[in-house]
Design a protein around this ligand. Structure first.
Ligand SMILES: Cc1cc2nc3c(=O)[nH]c(=O)nc-3n(C[C@H](O)[C@H](O)[C@H](O)COP(=O)(O)O)c2cc1C
Length: 197
């Protein structure tokens, strides 16, 4: 009888733990799976403009990330590309200038408040990775992505140029002058790898 009760208790505990494991199975518990750029299922405007992304550059011990909602994904010179626009006033700007690679990562909707935080504070002032509770992982090329993300795109910079103030639409030039935001640099990145969970 004692044996049966023990067995029953063990079975109940196993089921209980199983459920917990499932509940805790946030994307970070799932392994990355490499896919082709054309297999990204998210609508680009949903992914970039509505969900937002994290843009990261640098290597272990010397990296930064910031939230972006301006970006483009497509094809250029026969290569799949992701294009980001970074103001010179961002701390991330110097990492974009100094590094040959960058990554963009997409997160589950439940993390939107973390993305808002990463787009409000500067890495100059605080450790944003710790502040957002992110777990950094490094790709084979040494570029930062995050265990909590559900999509990661690794890019190699193939072109970078700041917008020419003289060629900006007048309202945009006014906006830069009024806001004091440094004029954005366009970084075109060849998509080297895409991983999803
Ligand atoms: C939703 C959202 C989208 C943003 N998109 C961009 C963007 O595309 N380009 C940019 O330069 N800054 C963008 N920002 C501003 C930066 O994320 C913000 O200034 C950040 O604090 C910069 O961090 P850093 O100084 O650590 O680089 C965005 C901010 C938010 C909240």
């Amino acid at each position: 009888m004692k044996k049966i009760i023990t067995l029953l208790l063990t079975a109940i505990m196993a089921v209980g733990c199983g459920n917990n494991a499932q509940k805790g199975a946030e994307p970070q518990d799932k392994p990355w799976q490499e896919i082709k750029p054309a297999e990204i299922e998210l609508n680009p405007l949903q992914m970039i403009d509505r969900d937002w992304l994290e843009l990261s550059a640098g290597k272990e011990g010397n990296m930064n990330l910031m939230t972006i909602s301006w970006g483009s994904i497509g094809e250029l010179w026969g290569k799949p590309v992701f294009i980001v626009y970074v103001s010179t006033s961002r701390y991330t700007y110097q990492f974009m200038e100094e590094n040959d690679y960058f990554t963009v990562t997409h997160f589950p909707a439940s993390m939107k408040d973390k993305l808002a935080y990463l787009g409000r504070v500067s890495g100059r002032d605080e450790d944003k990775v710790a502040g957002a509770g992110l777990t950094v992982e490094f790709t084979g090329l040494g570029n930062p992505i995050y265990a909590e993300a559900d999509l990661a795109i690794e890019c190699k910079k193939i072109y970078a140029k700041q917008f020419d103030a003289e060629l900006l639409p007048p309202e945009q030039r006014d906006w830069y002058e009024r806001s004091g935001t440094g004029i954005h640099t366009v970084y075109i990145g060849e998509i080297l790898h895409v991983w999803k969970k």
